[in-house]
Design a protein. Structure first.
Lengths: 184, 137
């Protein structure tokens, strides 16, 4: 049991746990949608004079609490459940990434993208800044992110969510297959 | 403390994202290259159980812990914004290797540079709020 929990989790257990979290929030009288927090943060801080952010952010305190928990969960996993072994990435992906100049994975995240050495170059900074900007802009424009559309929306058979998920893949495939070769 | 249960739910969510490796930039690349079933298995399992559970909640008209009937708010029906917004989101998801939940989990996991992604994601949402009336919906 402990071995099972301390090693990387299989997809079926991870997916089942996500739906457990979604239904827990539903039975708490809320819904599972993480990116609303970005809007709430704007409403709390510098966005108050914009109509879209002019609402009582305190009604979303529960979701900000969930956000804080998510960071704590990441820390617990790193500090107490992390095996330290390299990610078991598919060989095909390793070959594709090697062709783009990436070293073989030694951890969960590539140092080529997230080490401060990489981030403190113009290209490295722009990758994270533009990536974050597109995520934040796109999720609010689409009306949800992976949790709000792909999990909650599809579970409720919402057509706009299916369209949004198709959009996620159009964008992701364009970036991975057409734009990555110009970046890396 | 009435928010404690959300803190616990969020903590479990963070652990799931980390232990499933869904927070990994590598796993997102693998997904967009169709070279592993892992991410599709995670999302697919969650959606299949989700569809079943939502169906049962509606069929038996279940109530939440406060005793209120559980209602599901429909998503806004505009397709243009779903498609355009979704595509913009997808570009950013592949570029940064993280969607909003995992961005925050990564920061807790010790990937401190992910805070740049979070900062600019907030800024992106702010810009959407400013430009909202000028965008096709």
């Amino acid at each position: 049991m402990m071995d099972f929990l301390l090693n990387p989790w299989p997809w079926w257990f991870s997916g089942a746990m996500i739906s457990v979290i979604m239904f827990a929030l539903i039975f708490f009288g809320k819904s599972f949608g993480f990116s609303s927090n970005l809007r709430t943060i704007c409403a709390m801080t510098f966005g108050r004079n914009v109509k879209f952010f002019d609402f009582d952010w305190r009604e979303n305190t529960w979701n900000l609490t969930f956000l804080v928990g998510a960071a704590i969960g990441g820390f617990i996993s790193y500090a107490f459940m992390h095996g330290g072994e390299a990610i078991d990435l598919s060989e095909a992906t390793k070959l594709d990434l090697a062709a783009l100049g990436f070293a073989a994975p030694t951890d969960l995240q590539p140092s080529e993208v997230f080490s401060w050495e990489a981030v403190l170059t113009l290209k490295g900074f722009l990758v994270l800044a533009v990536g974050g900007f597109l995520v934040g802009f796109g999720t609010r424009y689409a009306g949800g992110c992976t949790s709000g559309h792909a999990i909650s929306g599809l579970s409720n058979l919402q057509l706009p969510s299916l369209v949004a998920v198709i959009g996620f893949f159009i964008g992701g495939l364009l970036m991975t297959h057409l734009i990555f070769p110009y970046i890396y | 403390m009435k928010f404690f249960k959300y803190l616990v739910a969020g903590t479990i969510f963070g652990i799931v994202m980390a232990q499933s490796e869904a927070l990994s930039w590598y796993r997102i690349q693998e997904m967009f290259r169709f070279q592993s079933f892992h991410m599709y298995g995670i999302i697919g399992t969650a959606v299949c159980l989700g569809v079943l559970g939502v169906f049962l909640i509606k069929k038996f008209q279940l109530k939440d812990i406060q005793g209120n009937p559980i209602e599901f708010a429909p998503k806004e029906p505009q397709m243009i914004k779903s498609l355009l917004g979704g595509t913009i989101f997808g570009l950013g998801w592949a570029l940064s290797g993280a969607c909003p939940g995992p961005i925050v989990v990564n920061i807790g996991y010790g990937i401190s540079s992910m805070s740049i992604v979070l900062l600019f994601a907030v800024f992106g949402t702010y810009c959407y709020g400013i430009l909202r009336d000028k965008l096709p919906h």
